[in-house]
Design a protein around this ligand. Structure first.
Ligand code: NAD
Length: 499
């Protein structure tokens, strides 16, 4: 069986802990590799080496660091097919989805080519006679990222690009479920010209995460994953004096107004609710149609579309809409929540519980489900299901509908479908959610804007990518300088303009 490695000082390094996690093929339920789980000693040693490599990299001019990003863009494009195949094999998503995963990461690397522009600082000429003032952004030193299974290319790239192009060394602890693509990306960074030791990929579980949280050299941690772990990492990381940003779980509501184009809304719900088997933090998991007629017509339009969805392995190519979920445990959890929905009185309009795929009986496939008449006290409404399960909560008015989205503890993404500009504008302005779509079901901001949720979906005050990422991975130093031309005869300083 294939034994995966860590990536340390520019090469693959075997784990020494003697502990491993199985990497599954979710389509077949077979173990296809095992990944080493690092000890605190392994993590600390990799961080110490990264700290040695960082000063020279931090002193490299930002345009040259941008050129490494530029080379990386070419290499990712060159290897797109290979990356997507490796990604699908461990994650289970379809090849087009896997390419999308790589592509959305790639776009952040493209953005980071402009690191010099992002880092050039501010300057005030003649703040006083002979006095100038300037602020510069300097790297933090060593930063770390801890990433989830569901976007094994995109989210590591969202972190590596800004952290590295800002001049930091970076430690990535990817998900132990699908660690191959992050290791491939590290190889590509070396080929792109990144010096050895500046990027270390340490595989592991809670032990290595705790080692990151307690390591005194690591200055900043970017986390993406479920909310309970986000809260844990935010709390322990902050109390250890680190800069921490954590992005957590989601329950994204889409409001469908009576004036919406219902075919368009139904199509959008199919893609946003069931794409990637619902394993997206920006998936729509709650549809809120406004008015009985809207709800009845929407459900009527959804059912045949859902029944047409094709579920299968990524190897089946374009014949498949979504693949298996990531683990047997994830599948069991989804089906348990579906049972709770039935028991608590929701109407299961499309029942995927009996779904079986011939030849893949041991794979983690979950059929699509649609619930109607869901109420806010039900577990399927309160909890993140992270599977192909869409819940319909009926609302009598726009105020009731927006109230559902506002009152939910998560606040990652949301959408409204309407033809009315006033309603859309009111929604965008009042909603307490980080990313908002107007007739756009998955409003993931592009690389040059920032990505982040509110409430229990985001902890820390700076978002991912866009200008915030450069702020997160740098600290500001402001210099006030005074030169002799500012001296009056006799040596008295002019400070008036400054007082
Ligand atoms: P997860 O929280 O289980 O794991 C995320 C990372 O934390 C992994 O690297 C894992 O090894 C580590 N980890 C797991 N348990 C830990 C523990 N007890 N102590 C310390 N570290 C631990 O999340 P996941 O299942 O990999 O990913 C799915 C979750 O991520 C969903 O909740 C999804 O909504 C969320 N997510 C959020 C965003 C966002 O931007 N808000 C994006 C993608 C995914």
């Amino acid at each position: 069986m294939q034994e995966l490695t860590h990536w340390i000082n520019g090469r693959h390094v075997k784990g020494t802990s003697g502990r491993f996690a199985d990497v599954m093929n979710p389509a077949t339920g077979e173990v296809q590799a095992r990944v080493p789980l690092a000890t605190k000693a392994e993590l600390d040693a990799a961080v110490a080496d990264a700290a040695k490599a960082q000063p020279a990299w931090g002193a490299t001019n930002p345009q040259k660091r941008g050129r490494v990003m530029m080379a990386m863009v070419g290499l990712i494009n060159r290897d797109m097919d290979k990356l997507a195949e490796a990604l699908s094999r461990e994650h289970g998503k379809t090849i087009p989805d896997a390419k999308g995963d790589v592509q959305r990461g790639l776009e952040v690397i493209e953005y980071c080519i402009g690191a010099a522009q992002m880092l050039k600082g501010e300057f005030t000429d003649a703040a006083g006679p002979g006095i100038d003032m300037y602020s510069m952004r300097q790297p933090l030193g060593v930063a770390a990222g801890i990433t989830p299974f569901n976007f094994p290319a995109m989210i590591p790239l969202w972190k590596m690009g800004p952290a590295l192009s800002s001049g930091n060394a970076f430690i990535l602890k990817p998900s132990e479920r699908d660690p191959t693509v992050p290791l491939m990306l590290a190889e590509l960074f070396k080929e792109a010209g990144l010096p050895d030791g500046v990027l270390q990929v340490i595989n592991g579980d809670k032990d290595s995460v705790d080692a990151i949280l307690d390591n005194e050299t690591i200055q900043a941690i970017g986390f993406v994953g479920s909310t309970p772990i986000a809260e844990y990492i935010y709390g322990r990381g902050c109390s250890n004096g680190k800069r921490v940003q954590c992005f957590g779980g989601a329950k994204n509501h889409m409001i469908i107004m009576p004036d919406a184009d219902l075919d368009q809304a139904a199509d959008a719900l199919i893609g946003a609710g069931y794409g990637a088997a619902g394993e997206r933090c920006m998936a729509i998991s709650v549809a809120v149609p406004v008015g009985k007629e809207t709800a009845d017509r929407l459900v009527e339009k959804l059912v045949p579309r859902i029944e047409k969805l094709k579920v299968g392995p990524y190897t089946a190519g374009n014949d498949v809409d979504y693949g298996p979920v990531v683990t047997a445990a994830a599948k069991a959890n989804i089906l348990k929540l579906v049972e709770s929905g039935v028991e608590q009185g929701a109407k299961l309009v499309v029942d995927g519980r009996g779904f079986k795929l011939q030849g893949y009986e041991d794979g983690y496939f979950v059929g699509p489900h649609l619930f109607d008449d869901v109420t806010t006290d039900m577990d399927i409404y309160k909890k993140e299901i992270f599977g192909p399960v869409l819940c319909t909560v009926r609302a009598d008015s726009y105020e009731e509908a927006i109230g559902y989205a506002m009152d939910h503890e998560y606040g990652n993404g949301t959408a409204i479908f309407t033809r009315d500009g006033d309603t859309a504008r009111d929604f965008a302005s009042r909603i307490n959610v980080g990313m908002v779509g107007i007739n756009v079901p998955i409003p993931v901001p592009l690389a040059y804007h920032t990505f982040g949720g509110w409430k229990k979906s985001g902890f820390g005050d700076l978002n991912q990518h866009g200008p915030d990422a450069f702020r997160f991975y740098t600290r500001t130093k402001t210099v006030t300088s005074r030169w002799p031309s500012g001296l009056k005869e006799g040596g008295e300083f002019h400070f008036k303009a400054m007082d």
